[in-house]
Ligand binder design. Structure first.
Ligand SMILES: CC(C)(COP(=O)(O)OP(=O)(O)OC[C@H]1O[C@@H](n2cnc3c(N)ncnc32)[C@H](O)[C@@H]1OP(=O)(O)O)[C@@H](O)C(=O)NCCC(=O)NCCS
Length: 146
């Protein structure tokens, strides 16, 4: 694979490396909520979520969480280490995420991207995703940290 990058499937035991990568990437995440160690382990045990990574040698340099609700596949928490950007790592992650979802019969792949996130907006456009600026995202949360 280009630059020796290796696509791998990760597990609950990779939690610390995944969090370290999210932090290095500056990705907003919820360490006391749905991204806590306990909740991450529960998500992985549920069988609904797969964590896909890219390694350069031993180092984890990219990660994405993939889930589905039986109607759509959801791409979550995509992050690439700043030292390895613009080398196709996110493309590798999304290609594997889509392959995993297609294997489960999913034909719609979706991601939520905040409007300030120019890199992510540009990435998803380049990866063939259509933006829907007419859609407003509404949520209701039991707690701000969930
Ligand atoms: C968004 C992110 C995952 C992209 O990862 P990456 O590995 O650098 O992306 P790739 O190298 O696979 O990029 C593929 C294409 O996407 C587009 N792209 C990626 N980053 C871009 C940027 N900063 N500006 C403009 N276009 C960009 C380009 O078309 C690029 O192809 P090119 O390099 O041949 O021009 C990375 O910038 C990141 O981790 N950002 C911080 C975390 C984050 O915001 N995650 C998304 C949450 S929704």
């Amino acid at each position: 694979m280009e630059d020796g990058f290796q696509v791998v499937h990760l597990g609950a035991e990779d939690y610390d490396a995944i969090v370290a990568l999210w932090q290095a990437a500056g990705l907003p995440y919820k360490p006391t909520g749905r991204d806590s160690r306990t909740q991450f382990a529960a998500q992985m045990a549920s069988g609904l979520q797969q964590a896909i990574g890219v390694r350069a040698g031993e180092q984890l340099i990219g990660v994405v969480l993939v889930t589905h609700d039986s109607r759509k596949g959801w791409i979550n928490r995509l992050a690439v280490h700043p030292d390895f950007r613009r080398r196709g790592v996110a493309r590798l992650l999304i290609a594997e995420a889509e392959r995993v979802l297609r294997d489960k019969g999913l034909q719609i792949f979706a991601a939520l991207v905040e409007g300030w996130n120019e890199a992510s907006l540009a990435f998803f456009a380049a990866a063939g995703y259509s933006a829907h600026p007419d859609i407003r995202y509404f949520t209701k949360r039991d707690d701000a940290g969930v």
